[in-house]
Design a protein around this ligand. Structure first.
Ligand code: FA5
Length: 351
């Protein structure tokens, strides 16, 4: 019977095509073409009505059997294709967990921030507390109450950046503080002795920069006022500080210096790390790097804030934090700190 042969041909052809279908799209296309509503086998089943009774039964049974075979073959093939696709995807996306990871760039605190923290810690352990004050300051606090009146030549020591504000009388009383010393007055105005305080803060000077001078830098001011505070206390405190921050092998020198708000005034210098005292570009050929100015608080400054200057004495100092970092790390140009060159900053990893 031709119809039976036709069913067998359809079945065998479809089985052969199914064996070639190797992805989901091909399988779907096969299913529509063979088993779909307009598929080859469905067409045979639909045309059964036109066959004689006896033939119809035989061909119908053969067509149904063929459909069952194809259905089962399809299910099996689909499962295999799906499994194969999964295997390929797993292979493609395989991660080698034994490969070393790519390091993520990690930030860290700026070397100046860490130096400042170490300096403050050293003074905290010597019994000082920490206070802060304004960067935009009145002339009165920055100069006048520190015994530097308007026409005083000591103003030339501080190349000042003035704030663009002029009073009706023509005076320009506001500036970016040139040092942290105005905080001596501000702290004493608010507190009675005993005082032991350190004040970190940014300072600004209208200055040409060089290897040891920036126009913006950090100072830490120190102030200790009580009965019986002496120059020996100042010397002992600074020497202990230098030992803690620079180690015992560094040489420090105290020499006379003039600041209108102290009497006597001194300067502390550390031997130059670059030339070890013989003189070079870093230390300006002196062999020493100046670290801080200091002295005994002038009695007139004490009296001006209302202290009894016969009863109380005090010492004060102001040090440059960038200079501390220069000396500690052997850096030969202060301008490196704020030029934001990551290659430089990366050399000081840490917290
Ligand atoms: C003063 O600023 C005084 N106020 C210090 C002082 C305080 C004296 C208390 C007495 C009593 P001087 O201008 O020397 O002094 O600066 C003090 C320190 O700040 C210097 O030793 C230096 O370490 C740092 N410093 C000053 N100018 C600069 C600058 N342009 N760049 C970087 N650091 C500076």
């Amino acid at each position: 019977m031709a119809a039976i042969r036709n069913v067998e041909e359809i079945r065998d052809g479809a089985l052969a095509a199914l064996a070639q279908a190797s992805d989901r799209a091909a399988l779907q296309e096969w299913r529509v073409r063979v088993l779909g509503r307009k598929g080859e086998l469905t067409t045979v089943l639909r045309s059964l009505g036109s066959l004689p009774e006896a033939e119809r039964r035989v061909v119908g049974a053969a067509a149904n059997a063929a459909r069952d075979v194809l259905d089962a073959a399809y299910t099996e093939r689909a499962a295999r294709v799906e499994q194969e696709e999964l295997r390929q995807a797993t292979e493609r996306e395989r991660v080698d967990v034994t490969l070393p990871g790519r390091p993520l760039p990690a930030g860290s605190l700026h070397v100046i921030t860490r130096t400042l923290a170490d300096v403050l810690d050293a003074f905290r352990s010597l019994g000082f507390w920490v206070a802060e004050g304004p960067e935009v300051e009145w002339d009165e606090y920055n100069f006048t109450r520190l015994r530097i009146p308007e026409d005083h030549p000591a103003r030339d020591m501080f190349d000042t950046i003035w704030v663009d504000y002029t009073r009706p009388d023509g005076r320009r009383p506001m500036l970016l503080r040139t040092h942290t010393s105005p905080m001596q007055v501000r702290v004493m105005e608010r507190r009675q002795p005993p005082i032991r305080v350190v004040v970190p803060g940014r300072c600004y000077r209208f200055e040409a920069t060089d290897a040891t001078h920036e126009w913006m830098f950090l100072q830490v001011e120190g102030l200790a006022v009580d009965e019986g505070v002496s120059l020996a206390d100042l010397k002992g405190t600074l020497e202990e500080f230098a030992r803690r921050i620079f180690g015992r092998e560094r040489r420090v020198m105290l020499r006379h210096a003039y600041f209108p708000f102290v009497e006597p005034g001194v300067e502390l210098a550390v031997d130059c790390f670059a030339c070890h005292g013989t003189g070079c570009r870093v230390c300006g050929a002196t062999g020493w790097i100046e670290l801080l100015g200091a002295g005994m608080v002038h009695p007139e400054v004490l009296a001006d804030v209302g202290y009894d200057a016969r009863r109380y004495t005090g010492f004060a100092f102001g040090m440059g934090i960038e200079r501390v970092a220069l000396i500690r790390h052997g850096i030969d140009d202060i301008r490196m700190f704020y030029s934001n060159d990551v290659r430089f900053l990366e050399q000081f990893p840490g917290v």
